[in-house]
Design a protein around this ligand. Structure first.
Ligand code: SF4
Length: 374
């Protein structure tokens, strides 16, 4: 039987504001402080408390805009309704930040609320040139200072890097930099065309092959940074022995609807990038508002909503047609919408770069290793 609640993480947008203006950012209204009020988190906490049987903890990821732009006092008011749930192990907090605003007060806040932090940083200064303040000043030094402060309070250095077309030749340099600053886990997002980022050049797949190959070589020389994408392939290989199971034995991935609650309580499903964006033929991606509906009701409604149904049809189409499905799972909801204009499609430039080219490169290298070994 399908699980009743189809998520283990809820994304919250404490504000649309960001103090940086990254050239590839997808978030609308990021120059304005459209701020979440405690009434929204009170209703969400009540909804989460009322969920019947559910796997815990549910992670609350504070993201989408720069969360620290609201200041620790306002954030404390937003966190307050979840404190009882946190004490009972029902929820846990995660936060994605650009790191530039981390100071002593924020460090105290993170300790008090046991928040897991991930910082966005694209690499050494030349790689970080797309992450500028609104006045054009670079952000690198401030982010690095923020990372150091987080280390002082015992936070592991977990980073998320966007790789743009112009940095695809620098995988070794990127990896060495992240290793040097003590990064323990790294996620790589090859730049995608989504949300408000619709005009920059698309990343070319041919150059991505080389990037993944060089990144893998750098990791093999000095395996100190766990790279999310390389680990994904290792997990797949361990589970399958390097051969995709027959289609009838493959899982159909329908388990994570990923609700995102916007600053005003509006809720979208499937991807944070769908928040407050032009939904094209779907009209709106907002399924309801947490100020008026429970999360349980919103999930029920989502299951009957055209864009979610289209997305599930797209997953089925991926499963039926794509040899990479057992590795990929056929997600990429936002990319399907922004590249194809519909959620029920299959291949996008994003999935070619982030899954197909990654898989081909690593599978070829693994096969070479096996030949050498035996
Ligand atoms: S790689 Fe692309 S086409 Fe293949 S399953 Fe994934 S999303 Fe679908």
């Amino acid at each position: 039987m399908a699980p009743r609640f189809l998520f283990n993480e809820v994304v919250l947008q404490p504000t649309s504001l960001c103090n940086l203006d990254c050239s590839y950012c997808y978030v609308p209204h990021r120059k304005e402080d459209r701020r979440m009020q405690p009434a929204v988190t009170e209703r969400l906490a009540a909804s989460l408390a009322a969920l019947p049987k559910h796997e815990h903890p549910i992670y609350l990821l504070w993201h989408c805009g720069e969360p620290l732009a609201v200041g620790p006092k306002h954030m404390k008011a937003l966190f307050a309704p979840f404190e009882e749930l946190r004490a009972r192990g029902k929820i846990a907090h995660r936060l994605q930040t650009n790191g530039t605003l981390v100071d002593r007060a924020w460090c105290d806040f993170f300790i008090e609320h046991n928040v897991e932090i991930a910082v966005s940083l694209d690499g050494p200064p030349p790689a970080n040139k797309h992450r500028l303040h609104w006045n054009g000043r670079e952000s690198f030094e401030k982010t690095l200072r923020g990372i150091e402060r987080l280390k002082e309070i015992g936070c592991e250095t977990v980073l998320l890097a966007v790789v743009t077309e112009d940095r695809l030749g620098d995988a070794q340099e990127l990896y060495d930099f992240f290793a040097k600053i003590g990064c323990v886990r790294l996620g790589i997002n090859i730049e995608e065309r989504v949300g408000t980022n619709l005009v920059r050049p698309m990343v070319r797949a041919a150059r991505v092959d080389r990037f993944w190959s060089e990144l893998h070589a750098a990791y093999r020389k000095n395996p100190v940074v766990e790279v999310r994408e390389l680990a994904l392939f290792d997990d797949w290989w361990r589970a399958t022995g390097g051969a995709a199971p027959p289609p009838e034995e493959q899982i159909t991935y329908r388990s994570n609807y990923l609700p995102t609650v916007g600053y005003d309580g509006g809720v979208v499903f499937l991807s944070t990038e769908l928040l407050q964006c032009d939904a094209g033929k779907y009209g709106t991606f907002e399924i309801g508002n947490i100020l008026e509906d429970t999360l349980d009701d919103l999930v029920r409604r989502a299951k009957k909503t055209p864009y979610v149904l289209d997305f599930l049809a797209g997953v089925d189409a991926c499963k039926a047609s794509c040899p990479y499905y057992s590795f990929c799972g056929g997600g990429f909801a936002t990319n399907k919408f922004f590249e194809l204009g519909t959620m029920n499609g299959t291949e996008t430039r994003a999935c070619v770069n982030a899954r197909k080219r990654l898989f081909d490169t690593l599978a070829k290298e693994r096969a070479g290793d096996m030949r050498e070994a035996g």
